[in-house]
Design a binder for this molecule. Sequence first.
Ligand SMILES: *[C@@H]1O[C@H](CO)[C@@H](O)[C@H](O)[C@H]1NC(C)=O
Ligand SMILES: *[C@@H]1O[C@H](CO)[C@@H](O)[C@H](O)[C@H]1NC(C)=O
Ligand SMILES: *[C@@H]1O[C@H](CO)[C@@H](O)[C@H](O)[C@H]1NC(C)=O
Ligand SMILES: *[C@@H]1O[C@H](CO)[C@@H](O)[C@H](O)[C@H]1NC(C)=O
Ligand SMILES: *[C@@H]1O[C@H](CO)[C@@H](O)[C@H](O)[C@H]1NC(C)=O
Length: 438
Amino acid sequence: MRTKFIICFVFLVSVFIIVRENKFISKVSDRVFTKPRTLPEAGGHWMNVRENGSIMTVSYPSEPLHRYFSQKPENMHKPGKGELPASRSNGRKHILLLATTRTGSSFVGELFNQQGANMFYLFEPLWHVEQAINLAGVRTNYTVLSTAYREVLRQLLLCDFSLLESFMKPQPQDHVAAFLFCREFSQSLCEKPVCTPYVKKVVEHFHCRKRRCAPLNLTLTSQYCLQTQHTAIKSVRVQKLETLRPLVEDPRLDIRFIQLVRDPRAMLASRMVAFPSKYKNWKIWAKTSTIPDDDNNYEIRKLKGNCDNIRMSAETGLERPAWLHGRYMLIRYEDVAQFPMRKAAEIYQFTGIPFHSRVKDWILKNTHSSSKFNRIYSTKKNSSQQMDKWRITMSFELAQVVQKVCGPAMTLFGYKFIENEATLRNLSTSLTEERTFL
Ligand SMILES: *[C@@H]1O[C@H](CO)[C@@H](O)[C@H](O)[C@H]1NC(C)=O
Ligand SMILES: *[C@@H]1O[C@H](CO)[C@@H](O)[C@H](O)[C@H]1NC(C)=O
Ligand SMILES: *[C@@H]1O[C@H](CO)[C@@H](O)[C@H](O)[C@H]1NC(C)=O
Ligand SMILES: *[C@@H]1O[C@H](CO)[C@@H](O)[C@H](O)[C@H]1NC(C)=O
Ligand SMILES: *[C@@H]1O[C@H](CO)[C@@H](O)[C@H](O)[C@H]1NC(C)=O
């Protein structure tokens, strides 16, 4: 089984090398991302959809590579000019919640998870892909990684776990996984029928909390998924919205993207608390008020890259290109924190799925009483206080660095710049401009 993963990985890398050798990337992305209807005879569509609905991807790693580059375009779905492909999703909606860490994406994901039996919800399945590629110890180009992410997402949205399985370590035996990352955050995986009776003692990481279940049977999970009405997946790993364009053009999917963003200053402050070892240097800089004035600094470049990716994805979405029409929504953490019920209603309206009273009840319960979300999402006044907590502790110098590095993103999302420490600390001054992104 390990060999299967290695073959799969080697295939990904080989595709990358071939693509690189032939300087195909720009051609491929031009064709795949902007002019999908005029694909060339060879190359570029190795990750595309066959007429019968199956996908030409890394899922058949043992096949010779040339097969992927010699498929004839007539095998592919060809919608008319300017026409959105007619969806053959049979009323199923496919929702991708795209965020970065510390933006409240668990809470927003919960709005779908709480929908109950008509929703199949997955929490960060791409963790396995990232992990597998990191474990392989090869530096990968995001082009390769994003293709793997997209194809895994495509299959999962269609209730197919086979490609994800090839990235899971240890490899599932008979489609039974030793563990699935954060299984406990998905009701679909922790309720009947997917939660099968716990029999013998096996240690499963991320096991369900409410009840003990047997290790996850992915065959059963897939069968159950097909019986549900809709699918929602939350991910903090997709960096560029454009990379998901082929999903919009897949006639089997009726997809909606929800991008969740947050004030980058608050994100940094929150990450410093949540991931102290990764943010060691930031903590030292905050303490000593010495911040390297160096654009080549690794940490600063990383923050910039992160902000730029978020901004560019949002720009793509907000420009409303024809291919994305009606399928993109931008929401800000700060708005959700202040008006959770109103925002949830807007989100449901956007998805076209009825806003179930179960979800409303859950919001009421979890924005008022003591729960794990309460500290962030309580009543308007309190959640505003919680939302602004970072302003009491963050050093003004750090806030300034973020403003410099993430300025364009802040402008786009309507986060106000501050000029002095007094404004940072004065919580009566809101740092969030009123904006609608519709
Ligand atoms: C990935 O590889 C392609 C092809 O060589 C190249 O054009 C692109 O810039 C690379 N991307 C990154 C992020 O290195
Ligand atoms: C679709 O066609 C390909 C070959 O063209 C075949 O290998 C594959 O099994 C088919 N898939 C289904 C679901 O029929
Ligand atoms: C997993 O579930 C399927 C479908 O219910 C079943 O046929 C199969 O035997 C199960 N696998 C194991 C290992 O229990
Ligand atoms: C909100 O905060 C205020 C003071 O900080 C407190 O008195 C009040 O009980 C809180 N409300 C809720 C619902 O927690
Ligand atoms: C805090 O901000 C409010 C609103 O902008 C302003 O009216 C008030 O004077 C400020 N307080 C201090 C101490 O600067």
